[in-house]
Design a protein. Structure first.
Length: 106
């Protein structure tokens, strides 16, 4: 059974946990993120109910649906947030990512 990132992080000494969290902020690829979570492709695949080769292909893609990325991140016990950044304005977190809502155009 795959371990959850929260469980792994909670078992670490405070200093190590801080180093991992700091390093996670610098990561650039899904593979790096998975490795930082100390999960193998096989473990993540089991959590997501897919085959290992599916994880390998996802990690090599340069473009994917946000819902696919969210599923990948949630499979490691994380949460995906989408933040829009504009010049001279504070960042805006886009809520309800992937939920279809019918709202009138403004």
């Amino acid at each position: 059974m795959a371990k959850k990132l929260d469980d792994i992080m909670a078992a670490m000494p405070k200093e190590r946990r801080q180093r991992v969290e700091d390093r996670a902020m610098e990561l650039a690829t899904l593979k790096d993120l998975r490795r930082a979570a100390q999960q193998t492709q096989e473990q993540l695949a089991a959590t997501l109910g897919v085959r290992q080769d599916t994880i390998s292909r996802l990690e090599k893609r340069s473009d994917m649906l946000l819902s696919t990325l969210r599923h990948y991140v949630e499979g490691m016990g994380g949460r995906l947030d989408l933040v829009a950044q504009f010049p001279n304005r504070p960042p805006v977190v886009i809520q309800h990512l992937g939920i279809n809502e019918t709202t009138p155009d403004t």
